[in-house]
Design a binder for this molecule. Structure first.
Ligand SMILES: Cc1cc2nc3c(=O)[nH]c(=O)nc-3n(C[C@H](O)[C@H](O)[C@H](O)COP(=O)(O)O)c2cc1C
Length: 270
């Protein structure tokens, strides 16, 4: 009897049913938890947008705070607002040849970019745009770094930055997540007086009397390659092939003395 229970056939049967049960449990969990994972990812991204805009406080209700953020879409070539469904996914669009264009030359390692980009507008209690939060990505040493750069309503002054995905080395390139280093960016000017992208991370600290220090961010010790990747990322996304045309429109209107950021951001689509 004992011999019969321990036969090869029985052992294989038990192993097979055990595998079957495990496979069913694992795949049920994988499928069942997918919406929760998606929700968590979305919430982390929303938190990152609030953080970049300087609107995040630990423990806050991210979903509720995000109600003051308006998601808009722009035609990347013209900088004009366009309509897209709520479930538009810019990263997926960038992989679709019908919805994207190749990036050449490509120092930031972007490969393809979506023709329509999302932007986020932080709206104050008076209805005016307080921050313009732009999604950016580019290649560092090991990985593509995904994050946000927030600008003040003048579409030039940096209000904050943050990253929600990258694979740079903790303690080296990973220091891009260090809030102390990120604070360096606040108040820096992206564009110079000619409207050219001038913002850059330098090597080492920026001396207090350095020329153009309003455009220069302290370097990251032992992470020059990551910093170079970020410089290429900034150059691309704030340049002509990125958000340049959109920001130029906003700056033009801002400089004409329209101080209502919301009105000017809205008027672009009219
Ligand atoms: C294990 C390991 C991980 C590294 N990770 C990074 C990194 O994430 N980002 C980076 O720029 N450099 C990284 N480096 C260092 C680069 O190879 C290179 O030395 C550095 O970017 C030069 O920066 P520095 O001129 O500021 O010293 C790493 C080096 C090693 C050995």
């Amino acid at each position: 009897m004992a011999n019969n229970r321990e036969s090869i056939g029985n052992t294989l049967k038990v192993a097979f049913f055990l595998c079957l049960v495990c496979a069913v449990v694992v795949s049920t969990l994988a499928v069942g938890l997918r919406p929760a994972q998606h929700d968590n990812r979305m919430q982390f991204r929303q938190q990152n947008i609030l953080q970049a805009a300087g609107l995040y406080e630990p423990g806050m209700d991210v979903r509720a705070a995000f109600e003051s953020i308006e998601r808009r879409f722009i035609d990347i070539r013209t900088g004009e607002y366009v309509e897209k469904p709520d479930d538009y996914d810019q990263q997926r669009a960038a992989r679709d040849p019908a919805q994207s264009i190749p990036v050449t030359p490509d120092p930031a390692g972007i490969r393809r970019q979506a023709k329509v980009a999302e932007v986020f507008l932080a709206i104050g209690t008076d209805g005016a745009v307080e921050r313009i939060i732009l999604p950016v990505h580019g290649y560092g040493l090991w990985s593509t770094m995904y994050g946000f750069i927030a600008l003040e309503a003048d579409a030039n002054t940096v209000a904050g930055i943050g990253f929600y995905e990258h694979g740079e080395t903790p303690g080296l390139g990973g220091e891009i997540d260090n809030p102390r280093w990120q604070r360096n960016w606040i108040g820096k000017q992206v564009f110079d007086e000619n409207g050219d992208v001038a913002l850059e991370i330098t090597k080492g600290s920026v001396p207090p009397d350095a020329p153009n220090r309003q455009h220069r961010v302290d370097g990251l010790a032992g992470a020059t390659i990551t910093a170079n990747g970020l410089n290429h990322t900034v150059e691309f996304w704030f340049g002509e092939r990125g958000f340049g045309p959109y920001l130029q429109r906003i700056r033009g209107q801002y400089n004409q003395g329209m101080d209502d950021g919301f009105a000017l951001a809205r008027s672009i689509e009219e």
